[in-house]
Design a protein around this ligand. Sequence first.
Ligand code: HEM
Length: 205
Amino acid sequence: MKRSTLILLKTLTWVACLGPLGLLIYGAVTNTLGPDPTANIELTTGYNTLLLLILSLAVTPLRKLVPRLSWLIKFRRLLGLFAFFYGTLHMLTYVALYAGFDVHAMLADIEKRRFITMGVAGWLLLLPLAATSTTWAIRKLGGKNWNRLHRMVYVAAVCGVIHYWWQVKPGVLSPLRLTLVLGVLLLSRPVLAWYERRRVGVVKG
Ligand code: HEM
């Protein structure tokens, strides 16, 4: 891929990833965040955390399926870091606007409301992944350890999906789409590994 095309695509990715935040800021400034601005901010940041996490997880299977798309790897870290960025905004919205920085209320919530417990687990899992996403950290940990640690991203995404299901009212199916996409991505790992083993076996044989 040409350098200029890559720069253009990266710029577009930044714009797309910052879009939801821009819309929230615009809504806050113009007072158009709806009847419950706090819920709007919480739902928008939560949804985009999960969406970006799932998009970052789609990069590897897509590259394996369509080798011409191998350049997508250059976007995986960016998508993952934006997922963590929205996850942190989401968590801070809860801390500031829902719990009013009341530590006791937050601890009680974590203990009593299972969807909050699951959300916190998801965010805590993302934290070491974001902290080790620098080239320096990859070199320091070594490729094998880094890959092992970063497999936790699947667990974080599963926590996010469960958290999503647990916070919607019974009968509401809005989490279904992202759940199905995550299910396909999780399944694609063993399927693609099996396919690769078979291909290598055929070439060797
Ligand atoms: C400290 C961690 C977290 C806390 C305290 C938290 C809390 C919340 C709260 C209070 C809501 C809104 C409930 C409502 O207004 O009805 C929510 C929604 C949501 N959260 Fe979290 N969350 C956390 C982490 C996460 C993480 C890590 C993810 C994704 C991986 C995530 C994804 C979502 C999604 C998808 C929604 C629903 C969005 C929608 O309905 O469109 N959350 N969360």
